[in-house]
Ligand binder design. Structure first.
Ligand code: F6R
Length: 629
């Protein structure tokens, strides 16, 4: 079924996580409430933050790079208790413009009278900015958000006179009509004793209080204050004052039901999931979608990166350096790019590359460092070494302005959003998406073939969601079974060999089961000696050119008494003759099969660790970012 990015299903947007916004209007001191609320949703972003307080007819703006605690430390007692009863705040996960004071929200209009906090991405901000610049507006940041207060100002014709709720709402509506992309915004205007909020494809809630109300991206921001929550819907625009909440959609007033939340704050931070890892696995469809949206407009892929390397074009190749999960993503990337673009790709563990006598011609090889955090010491060293060879370097990372981006010549962001669980999940899948885009971008395949692949790539958020919706129960059952063992093998071939390695890594790091990932054809060259009825084998059995051979391998494995669980496509009945159990994933062409297979294996690792009662988000001896060699 053709699937257009322009017809993105609603469910994807309900799950988006990037930046946190909050607002307060009431009778209490607003600033401490806003700071506390921001702290509660710092997991949504933590590279910079800010607040805007309306104070006795005046306003104050405090913002900086860094955490909420850092911002708090720099506020004097008098500022902290300045008397302002209305405020908005933001904690940022940078997307447009690095994490700096000038790019931190709130952003103001030219007069400093309209302040906006925003979560989401304004896709057409560049053209709006150019239009506003030509009309004399001045911009102080590199963000997409700053166009919003300027647009509101422009549409708010009677701004020099006393302002009222209806005028402000209309001005906000008019401004929003120019935007494409995703947003949840809160607007504060000097002279108005309320706030205006609006959402489109990014979450936003209102916390209902007694002579006070709250607005936030997420429930934990307000749960300490109230458990009465109104969930705003797509296209809602709300005027929130201390004693009233007015919501409009499509030009008419709408009533939204108030819900009583019974979660604890801890539950709420994880969006109701027990662990960040599970929440992040459930964000995989969104991570795919956001990464696609970052570089794909209709049928055109654009990274904004110059891929040319010096020298003979015929000799051009890519060398990827990475560690851990990112290394497995790179291994998969090699196969994806070689398959789609026919460009040779070599992959090296950063820690090995750094101390090897590598033969590298800097005029012909582009080096890509794959790193979620952008801070892994081995990978940073590898980047520096590549530069010493004279190679052009590209960082593929999730974290804006991280060290890797400062070392590399160019950067491609994976747009997975903050990843809190120590075990990488959604960042791995977003890295794969970059490799599909790169493979297609670098390919010289006929247009019809290109479009066919692109259509399938656009379906991947849906495919990932189908695994979450349809395979999860079955996976839980198999996880319960797997949790009883102390050893396991994961096997795959071709593009799914790195996925087997990733499945084994994920299982061992969070469940402490000894798991080995192997090429399916390799077990017979040694590991067969370990196979017994106590060593289950998880086999990826995607129908590709290795399928028959891998089925043969299953026969050999079963002959040694090892139980086999297959990850296989819906409708593949053949596989049942060779294995004991099957986890079904949706059908894709072989090159895209790593996407559903990864989601299934991430779930399998998670539920197995859960069944063993492990500390999932913080496995023993591990850190999220490994900044030592
Ligand atoms: C495993 C995991 C690690 C990281 C590795 C590299 O789940 O998360 O193996 O992949 O430490 O980290 P980055 O990608 O930040 O360079």
């Amino acid at each position: 079924m053709p699937y257009s990015l322009l017809a993105i299903p609603q469910w994807l947007f309900l799950k988006g996580k990037m930046c946190g916004i909050v607002g307060y209007v009431g009778e209490r001191e607003a600033l401490p409430i806003i700071l506390e609320s921001l702290k509660r949703i710092e997991y949504r972003g933590y590279d910079s933050c800010g607040v805007f307080v309306l104070e006795n007819g005046d306003s104050k703006l405090h913002k900086d790079a860094g955490t909420i605690d850092h911002l708090k430390e720099n506020l004097s007692e008098s500022e902290y208790l300045g008397g302002g009863k209305i405020a908005i705040g933001h904690t940022r996960w940078a997307t447009h413009g690095g994490p700096s004071k000038k790019n931190a929200h709130p952003h103001l209009d030219g007069k400093g009278e309209i302040a906006v906090v925003h979560n989401g991405i304004i896709e057409n901000f560049q053209s709006i900015k150019e239009m506003l610049l030509s009309q004399g507006c001045e911009f102080v940041s590199e963000t997409d958000t700053e166009v919003i207060p300027h647009l509101i100002n422009r549409s708010f014709k009677k701004f020099d006179q006393a302002v009222n709720a209806a005028q402000i709402k209309e001005a906000v509506k008019e401004a929003l009509s120019h935007l494409t992309g995703s947003y949840a915004i809160i607007v504060a205007v000097k002279g108005f004793d309320g706030l205006v909020a609006a959402r489109n494809e990014s979450p936003l809630i209102i916390g209902v209080g007694d002579r006070e109300n709250f607005i936030a991206s997420d429930v934990p921001a307000v749960l300490e204050q109230t458990n009465r929550i109104i969930y705003l819907e797509e296209g809602d625009i709300a005027v929130v004052e201390k004693d009233s909440i007015y919501i409009e959609n499509g030009g008419a007033e709408v009533k939204r039901e108030e819900k009583l939340i019974e979660w604890t704050i801890g539950d709420a931070e994880k969006g109701g999931y027990e662990h960040f890892m599970l929440k992040e696995i459930h964000e995989e469809p969104r991570a795919i979608m956001d990464t696609l949206r970052g570089y794909l407009v209709e049928e055109e892929i654009n990274f904004g990166v110059d891929f040319k390397v010096e020298g003979d074009a015929k000799g051009k190749s890519i060398l990827m350096v990475a560690c851990g999960t990112s290394y497995y993503a790179a291994m998969c990337g090699k196969q994806i790019i070689e398959n789609l673009a026919k460009v040779p790709v070599q992959v090296e563990l950063a820690s090995e590359f750094n101390y090897s006598d590598f033969v590298l011609d800097g005029t012909k090889v582009m080096v890509m460092a794959i790193t979620q955090s952008g801070e892994t010491a081995d990978t940073l060293m590898a980047l520096k070494k590549a530069k010493r060879y004279g190679c052009k370097t590209v960082a593929i990372t999730n974290v804006l302005d991280s060290s890797a981006t400062r070392i590399a010549d160019e950067t491609i962001y994976i747009r997975a959003g903050p990843e809190i669980g120590v075990a990488a999940t959604k960042s791995f899948i977003a890295q794969l998406v970059i490799f599909y885009l790169l493979g297609l971008f670098l390919s010289k395949m006929p247009a019809s073939e290109f479009l066919e692949h692109l259509e399938e790539l656009k379906r991947m958020p849906q495919i990932a969601q189908m695994v979450l919706d349809e395979a999860d129960i079955n996976i839980r059952k198999h996880a319960g079974y797997l949790s009883k063992y102390e050893h396991a093998f994961f096997v795959g071939r071709g593009v799914n060999l790195p996925i087997a390695l990733e499945g084994a890594l994920k299982l061992k790091e969070i469940s402490y089961i000894h798991a080995e990932g192997y090429a399916a054809g390799e077990l017979k060259h040694g590991p067969f000696a370990l196979l017994t009825e106590d060593t289950p084998v998880i086999a990826i059995l995607t129908p590709d050119n290795t399928y028959e051979k891998t089925l043969g391998n299953m026969k050999e494995i079963k002959a040694r008494g090892a139980p086999v669980i297959a990850i296989a496509e819906e409708g593949d009945e053949e596989v049942e003759k060779y294995v004991d159990e099957v986890i079904r994933v949706p059908e894709t062409s072989a090159i895209f099969s790593p996407i559903p297979n990864t989601v299934a294996l991430h779930l399998l690792a998670y539920w197995t660790a859960k069944a063993r009662g492990c500390e999932i988000d913080k496995p023993r001896n591990l850190a999220k970012s490994v900044t030592v060699e």
